[in-house]
Design a protein around this ligand. Structure first.
Ligand code: PLP
Ligand code: COI
Length: 339
C-alpha cells in the first residue's frame, strides 16, 4: 500500500506504475500491452492531433467496507465510449477489450487504490484516439486505446460542501446538432475559456445553457445538473449534454426513495423555484451548489450554505452502493477479485 495522504488527495493526475495500451486496425484490436512509461509515441500526422479524433471516459474503482474492490457500471462507460467512437468515426472498442484493459490497469496498480473510508477512489481514464496519419480531413485507419489510473479525491475542493457556479451566457460548449452528447475532447476545449475565466473570478465551475435558444439549463462544465423541488428530482433533457451514468443512477435512487423524477428541458427561470441544486458525475459525485451567479443578467440564486436533505440522502445511498455498505440490488458493481 502506498504511503499517500489519501484524505487530502486532490482530483488530478497521479503517476502510478503501469498503463495498458492496445492498437486497432481494420476493425480488429491487437493484444493488450502493459507499459510503465507515461509517454506515448505517435505519428505527427495522427488524426487526434489535427482533427480532434479523440474520446475518453471517466470511471472509478472503490475499495468497499468488505475490503473488496469494485467497478461501478463499467458496461455503461464501455457503451458510451462506443457511442463517442461512432459519433466521430473511430474504431469501436468492444466490451471484452474495454473490460480486460481496465481490469489489468486496476490490478497492476492495486497499491494505489485508496483505502475504504478515506473519501478517495481510483480514477480510471480510458482514452481512444486516431493514431494513424491523415492530412486530408478523414478518419484514421489506426486507433489507440489506452487506460491509465490514479488515486483521486473529490473534483471540487469543497468535497460535499456547496459550491458557487457561474451561469455562462457568452459561450456554448457544444453546437445544437454537434458533439455535446458524446465525450470527445473538443467539447472540453470549448469549455476552457469560460471555465478558466470563472475560476479566476472565484467560481468552482460553470453552468452552460442550451446553444440554440439560451433558454434552458444544459449542464455544468464537468458534470450534469439537477434541481430538486416538491420531492421531485429534475434534470435537463437535451441533445447537447453528456448522458451521465451518475445522473442515471441518482434518478433510480431518487425513484426508489419515493421521489418523483423528471427529465425535461429546464428553463433558466426555474432556478428561482428549486429547493436544492447540484452537479453530478463520476468526478463530481454529487456536488451541492450553494449559489448560481448569472453575471450577464446580474442575478444571484442562493440555495444555502449546507447540502440539502435530499442531495445528502442521494449522495449517501450512491456512496453506500459503491462502497458495499448497502446491498447493490441494481447489479451496478463488479468485483475485481483478489486485490
Ligand atoms: N457531463 C460532462 C460534460 C462530463 O464530463 C461528465 C463526466 O464524465 C459528466 C457529465 C458526468 O458523467 P458520468 O456520471 O457518466 O461520469
Ligand atoms: C468524470 O467525471 O469522470 C469526468 O470525466 C469529468 C472531468 C474530469 C472531465
Amino acid at each position: 500500500m502506498e504511503n499517500i495522504d489519501w484524505r487530502n488527495l486532490p482530483f488530478g493526475y497521479y503517476p502510478t506504475d503501469y498503463n495498458v495500451r492496445c492498437y486497432g486496425r481494420n476493425g480488429k484490436w491487437g493484444e493488450l500491452e502493459v507499459s510503465s512509461s507515461e509517454y506515448i509515441s505517435i505519428h505527427m500526422a495522427a488524426t487526434t492531433l489535427h482533427y480532434g479524433q479523440e474520446a475518453f471516459e471517466g470511471m472509478k474503482a472503490f475499495r468497499g467496507v468488505d475490503g473488496k474492490v469494485r467497478l461501478f457500471r463499467w458496461q455503461d462507460n464501455a457503451r458510451r465510449l462506443r457511442s463517442s467512437a461512432d459519433g466521430i468515426m473511430m474504431q469501436e472498442v468492444p466490451d471484452e477489450v474495454f473490460f480486460a484493459a481496465i481490469e489489468k490497469a486496476v490490478r497492476l496498480n492495486a497499491r494505489f487504490i485508496p483505502p475504504y473510508g478515506t473519501g478517495a477512489s481510483l480514477y480510471i481514464r480510458p482514452l481512444l484516439f486516431g493514431s494513424g496519419p491523415q492530412v486530408g480531413v478523414k478518419p484514421a485507419t489506426e486507433y489507440m486505446f489506452l487506460v491509465f489510473v490514479g488515486p483521486v479525491g473529490p473534483y471540487f475542493k469543497e468535497g460535499f460542501r456547496p459550491v458557487t457556479v457561474e451561469l455562462v451566457r457568452d459561450y456554448d460548449r457544444a453546437a445544437p446538432r454537434g458533439t455535446g452528447h458524446i465525450k470527445v475532447g473538443g467539447n472540453y476545449a470549448a469549455s476552457l475559456r469560460p471555465a478558466t475565466r470563472a475560476a479566476k473570478n472565484g467560481y468552482s465551475t460553470v453552468l452552460f445553457l442550451d446553444a440554440k435558444e439560451q433558454k434552458y439549463i444544459d449542464e455544468a462544465g464537468p458534470a450534469n445538473f439537477f434541481g430538486i423541488r416538491n420531492n421531485t428530482y429534475i434534470t435537463p433533457e437535451s441533445h447537447t449534454i453528456l448522458p451521465s451514468i451518475t445522473n442515471k443512477s441518482i434518478e433510480t435512487l431518487a425513484k426508489d426513495a419515493g421521489m418523483k423524477v423528471e427529465r425535461r428541458p429546464v428553463p433558466v427561470e426555474e432556478l428561482e423555484l428549486f429547493e436544492e441544486v447540484g452537479a453530478c458525475g463520476t468526478a463530481a459525485i454529487i456536488s451541492p451548489i450553494g449559489k448560481i451567479v448569472d453575471t450577464a443578467f446580474g442575478k444571484v440564486y442562493e440555495y444555502g450554505t449546507e447540502a440539502g436533505k435530499n442531495s445528502t440522502m442521494l449522495y449517501k445511498r450512491l456512496k453506500a452502493i459503491q462502497e458495499a455498505e448497502m446491498e447493490d440490488i441494481y447489479g451496478w458493481t463488479t468485483v475485481i477479485e483478489g486485490i
